[in-house]
Design a protein around this ligand. Structure first.
Ligand code: PLP
Length: 401
């Protein structure tokens, strides 16, 4: 049977204290020890599987981390209070002053700001490259590079990373390939394609209800042990701990992720085809004209589709602004940042989630101010949404058909 991320999650059987079908929630920041000697042992030898304090490990967080590691098929997992803290933890654990990172230039604006603005203060330099230009990627690696960083499908331009080739390049140079799989959970399994570490913003599709902020790191057991180390672990010492009550609710939502991803993908493909048919410049990897359409087909688990994210250039800043206002009035969805919600969310990344990227860099990567990013919802009737989209475009006067 080929690997399937949904089956891997479903095979994680965890029962609660009384045979409850949901695991019990450990609502405690600290744990008792039977004797001072065992407490001393815990601190001196970091006993595996031992719970001592919830910033270190909490059983509920461990259930979620284990399920996510199963989904990504990695030996271990760790959960954090946000996607950004998952990224920061991996980077700070793996790099020291003097080290370098090579990163795709189209990454989430917060990640760009971390790499470009904040990390140089700690002596860590990032070289940004076009992640689809594999020659440029290899050329940017130096003997100081520790991490090659990319998003599986990039935010907001929906470029698809060739994870297999990037892993080969990274490993040839003894560099870690870190992949942010936030846009494509279930669809892509980066670790199975060669990535060393997979990070997620759980805030998005995985939780799916836009009611919390959380993150995850899936990777080797040694990395997770290092993160949790009481003396040197970045997660332990910077302390971006996820609350156990939230971990429990995210774990419950994770069990419907495979169905939600199918519906997000089905709806996004229908909307992408409609917008493309009306003559708009649509970025969606499910369209055969997308430059990495064939690459994505080779890497993906096909039953989950090409994902719920798409981006469209509406030609002018003003048209994009007017359209977003009208789409909200016509109930296409909400004018909001973030993604993975059951309703469609849209925003102009050049003015919002990618605004941390300097304008000249945005231009050079093809990120125009008239680009609108959609996180397509799980609407039952996407034809009705497409009609509303048509009406919104007509009201702005940018539809010729
Ligand atoms: N990675 C990607 C691809 C994102 O889109 C985001 C947020 O939008 C993040 C990471 C950061 O996640 P969080 O907001 O949970 O910190």
């Amino acid at each position: 049977m080929p690997f399937n991320p949904a089956n891997a999650i479903q095979d994680q059987l965890v029962f609660g204290e009384f045979g409850d079908i949901n695991p019990s929630i450990t609502d405690s920041s600290t744990f008792t020890f039977m004797s001072p000697e065992t407490m001393e042992d815990a601190f001196e030898h970091e006993m595996e599987g031992c719970f001592l304090y919830s910033r270190h490990w909490n059983p509920t967080n461990r259930y979620l981390a284990t399920a996510l590691a199963a989904m990504e098929d990695t030996p271990a997992g760790w959960v954090t209070a946000s996607g950004m803290s998952a990224i920061t933890s991996v980077v700070m654990q793996s790099c020291s002053s003097g080290d370098e990172i090579v990163s795709g230039r189209t990454v989430y604006g917060g990640t760009y700001a971390l790499l470009n603005n904040l990390l140089p203060r700690f002596g860590i330099k990032t070289r940004f490259v076009d992640i689809t230009d594999l020659t440029a990627v290899e050329k940017a690696l130096t003997n100081k590079t520790r991490i090659l960083y990319t998003e599986s499908v990039t935010n907001p331009l929906l470029e698809v990373a060739d994870i297999v080739t990037l892993a080969n390049i990274a490993h040839k140079h003894d560099v870690l390939l870190v992949v942010d799989n936030t846009f494509t959970p279930m669809i892509l399994s980066p670790a199975r394609l060669g990535a060393d570490v997979v990070v997620h913003s759980l805030t998005k599709f995985i939780n799916g209800s836009s009611d919390t902020v959380a993150g995850a790191i899936c990777g080797p057991s040694e990395l997770v042990a290092q993160l949790a180390d009481v003396n040197n672990g970045v997660a332990m010492l910077f302390g971006p701990v996820l609350d156990s009550l939230r971990a429990a609710s995210i774990l419950k939502n994770l069990h419907t992720l495979h169905i939600r991803m199918q519906q997000h993908s089905q709806n996004a493909l229908a909307l992408a085809e409609a917008l493309s048919g009306w003559g708009f410049d649509v970025h969606y990897p499910g369209l055969s004209k997308h430059p990495q359409h064939q690459l994505m087909k080779k890497m993906m688990h096909p039953e989950y589709g090409f994902g719920g994210m798409l981006a469209v250039d509406f030609g002018s800043d003003e048209a994009a602004r007017q359209l977003m206002k009208i789409m909200q009035e016509e109930q296409v969805g909400y004018l909001a940042v973030s993604l993975g919600y059951f309703k469609t969310l849209f925003s102009a990344p050049g003015h919002s989630t990618s605004s941390e990227i300097p304008s000249a860099t945005q231009e050079s990567m093809g990120l125009t101010k008239s680009l609108v990013r959609f996180s397509v919802g799980i609407d039952k009737d996407i034809d009705r949404t497409i009609e509303r989209m048509h009406k919104s475009l007509s009201r702005v006067g940018i539809l010729n058909t």
